[in-house]
Design a protein around this ligand. Sequence first.
Ligand SMILES: *[C@@H]1O[C@H](CO)[C@@H](O)[C@H](O)[C@H]1NC(C)=O
Ligand SMILES: *[C@@H]1O[C@H](CO)[C@@H](O)[C@H](O)[C@H]1NC(C)=O
Ligand SMILES: *[C@@H]1O[C@H](CO)[C@@H](O)[C@H](O)[C@H]1NC(C)=O
Ligand SMILES: *[C@@H]1O[C@H](CO)[C@@H](O)[C@H](O)[C@H]1NC(C)=O
Ligand SMILES: *[C@@H]1O[C@H](CO)[C@@H](O)[C@H](O)[C@H]1NC(C)=O
Length: 244
Amino acid sequence: MVQICGVQSLFLGVTLSFIFATVLQQGFATVAPPTPAPHKEPGRPERGHYNATKNGTICLMAYMGLQLNISYTSIFQKKVVQDVVNIQPGLTNSSGSCDSDNASLELTTNKTNLTFVFTLNTTSNKYHLSEVAISAAWPDMTESFSVSNSSLDYLRGTLGYSYFCREEQTLTVTRNLSINTFQLQVQPFGVSGDKFGAAEECQLDEDDMLIPIIVGAALAGLVLIVLFAYLIGRKRSHAGYQSI
Ligand SMILES: *[C@@H]1O[C@H](CO)[C@@H](O)[C@H](O)[C@H]1NC(C)=O
Ligand SMILES: *[C@@H]1O[C@H](CO)[C@@H](O)[C@H](O)[C@H]1NC(C)=O
Ligand SMILES: *[C@@H]1O[C@H](CO)[C@@H](O)[C@H](O)[C@H]1NC(C)=O
Ligand SMILES: *[C@@H]1O[C@H](CO)[C@@H](O)[C@H](O)[C@H]1NC(C)=O
Ligand SMILES: *[C@@H]1O[C@H](CO)[C@@H](O)[C@H](O)[C@H]1NC(C)=O
């Protein structure tokens, strides 16, 4: 009889803690809602392997999905439009150049030239994406689109390591150009062979891992409390039996 009560209270406690965990998760979900999809979304871009070589060996490598978000004046619609376009690896050539403190990756398609420039601080051995330049001549553009920004500070990594971001990241270049990156891994300096160095994970990924850890810890805490309460309850009931 006593034991049935104990088992029931343990079961109730575990159920309660699961309900609590579910509520917690829903709470987090409302904190970070999924971004609403604008019409004409091209979907997730395919990841492409892009390299720059020097004297026949790879000196910069990247494996990433890229999506351009450009606003330009459309011939067809006779107004400024916001166009989201995926870079298709199969239709894209990669090249570039590497110096001791400067490396660039050039992605070329039929109608688009996209350049990423990375800078290495040789004192601190830290690198970052310092410049993005693009020129595009799409059929619907009233004039060819050409912008660059050389004072950027994105994708910060350490010499000898690759930079990795599983999460989607938005690199704002200018008011009318941003680049969404997907599962981006890049190593602009210190490449040896044709493999990435150990990955340094981006902050977004680390934040993402924090949520399940918090929920897990809360759940574990609750289970412990319930277990403790059950053990105390059982001890009391036993004591009750003996005194009769
Ligand atoms: C494209 O950029 C515009 C303006 O910055 C923004 O409102 C929109 O959400 C972006 N779209 C995507 C798919 O990133
Ligand atoms: C390179 O890093 C050092 C040490 O962190 C810093 O003092 C210096 O200003 C940096 N140089 C450049 C060009 O950013
Ligand atoms: C891309 O670069 C090549 C070589 O510099 C040039 O011939 C071509 O016109 C450029 N394309 C665009 C769209 O600017
Ligand atoms: C270039 O990027 C910097 C840093 O993100 C930004 O403050 C600046 O406004 C950008 N320049 C242009 C022309 O958009
Ligand atoms: C870049 O290098 C990697 C590793 O060697 C290779 O798998 C990939 O095919 C290369 N990409 C291109 C576009 O040549």
